[in-house]
Design a protein around this ligand. Structure first.
Ligand code: GLY
Ligand code: MN
Ligand code: MN
Length: 433
């Protein structure tokens, strides 16, 4: 069995008797007139199939405890394939993806009513797939109305995402290999950026260097829009305009990750445009780095990300007090969340097929504990905006340091360790480039 077949079987094992699960593929989206955005498959669909075409539905059927897997996908079409690219078609889907049966997706809506007859439970991504929901609405209500044939409509509806996202949260050995590769390629892009960066360059030129390296290493797509933020642009957390010039004396924050075989890298580094940190930049940078290294050292099964964040906040507030950026009592400042003016996001998130990957985090009172096989980011930051009420020397400095971390049985492994992050290592890499 392939890994994808194992995942389908694993989902099947969690299904009720006489039930049906439906997983929609992604759809192409118009960018303008007759050009589309680059297609990206729905992550849940991809996780269960590895199939990368739009307009498809995967169905897992449980009929009296027996599993059957169906795929509705685009049928082969000579003209469409000449204009827009190859399609696998139905026979290809059966032989390549190991489904039991495949049908033309154009028949999906009309077949749906037959498919759900006598299914007591229907699994689908609730509130997440409007077109599927529309088809289901029609099919279920037709069945409810048509009692003459003695058939029953599904009476219970369960969100596939609740089950699937728990599966996706714990990575298999195979997924960990792919994620290590995604992190390594992402790291290579960051190293290249440090090597080529110089004053006068534009942010988009630095982005192009990173994307070039990703592609050279076999990852032509990014996992999310790259952030290349010189100077105070770094204080805009999701800055993606990338259209300003980089100046001597400024820092540049790069948050960029390659997507490798569907899996995201997510790395941030902050470094001086001219290769040398100023004293004030170095002071703040070292504080963030110490917090990041300490946070990574706390990662292990049984620990909550929320608690790692608490310890990061404590260190940050102590550092800001030392620099006179905050004033007052450390405990009170934490209570008042005074640090939020300078650190307004979380310490990290799950990483996988999605950059902000799926899986529950628990609640503030009852946070979820880390488990072996999770991959997370650790990414403390410090952002002193230009209008902050602090000494001018700190203004406009934005710093984030982000690594991708696998939770192992006994601790953690940093998948993105290839990119330097100590001041000395960064300065040496840039000086030697
Ligand atoms: N790149 C988005 C994030 O770091 O969460
Ligand atoms: Mn991140
Ligand atoms: Mn990031």
């Amino acid at each position: 069995m392939t890994e994808f077949e194992q995942r389908r079987s694993s989902f099947f094992s969690k299904m009720a008797n006489n039930s049906l699960a439906i997983f929609p593929a992604g759809q192409e989206k118009i960018r303008s007139k007759d050009t589309e955005y680059p297609f990206r498959q729905n992550s849940d669909f991809y996780y269960l199939t590895g199939f990368n075409e739009p307009d498809a539905y995967l169905l897992i059927v449980n009929k009296e405890g027996k599993q059957q897997t169906l795929l509705f996908n685009r049928k082969k079409d000579k003209t469409a394939e000449i204009w827009n690219g190859k399609r696998l078609g139905q026979s290809g889907a059966v032989s390549k993806f190991g489904v039991d049966l495949a049908y033309d997706v154009a028949e999906f809506e009309t077949q749906l009513q037959e498919l759900i007859v006598d299914c007591s439970v229907l699994y689908y991504p609730v509130f997440s797939a409007p077109e599927l929901e529309r088809c289901l609405n029609v099919a279920v209500n037709k069945l409810r109305a048509d009692r003459s044939r003695g058939q029953v409509a599904p009476a219970q509806f369960i969100d596939t995402q609740m089950i699937l996202h728990e599966m996706r949260l714990i990575k298999s050995e195979y997924e960990i290999e792919l994620m290590a590769e995604a992190a390594e390629i992402s790291a290579a892009g960051h190293i290249r950026a440090m090597q080529v960066c110089h004053p006068g360059m534009w942010e988009y030129q630095l982005a192009a260097e990173i994307h070039y390296e990703f592609a050279q290493q076999g990852a032509p797509n990014v996992a999310y829009n790259s952030i290349v933020a010189g100077s105070h642009n770094a204080c805009i957390l999701h800055y993606t305009e990338n259209n300003q010039q980089l100046h001597k004396g400024d820092l540049v924050l790069i948050d960029a990750g390659a997507e490798y075989k569907g899996y995201a890298g997510d790395i941030t580094r902050t470094f001086p445009v001219n290769g040398v940190f100023s004293d004030h930049q170095a002071q703040l940078y070292q504080l963030v780095l110490d917090i990041q290294v300490s946070a990574i050292s706390q990662v292990k099964p049984g620990v909550a990300l929320a608690d790692i964040n608490k310890s990061a906040i404590k260190k940050l507030v102590e550092g800001l007090l030392e620099f006179g950026i905050l004033e007052g009592d450390s405990e009170q400042l934490i209570k008042d969340q005074a640090y939020k003016a300078f650190y307004m996001h979380g310490i990290g998130h799950y990483l996988g097929l999605d950059v902000h990957d799926v899986g529950l985090y628990g609640t503030a009172e009852d946070p979820r504990l880390l488990e072996a096989g999770m991959v997370i980011t650790i990414e403390p930051g410090l952002y002193i905006s230009e209008d902050a009420d602090v000494d001018d020397v700190w203004k406009g400095i934005g710093i984030r340091i982000e690594d991708d971390v696998l939770v192992t049985k006994n601790g953690a492994e940093v998948l993105s360790a290839d990119v330097p992050k100590s001041i000395n290592e960064i300065e040496a890499l840039m000086a030697n480039a």
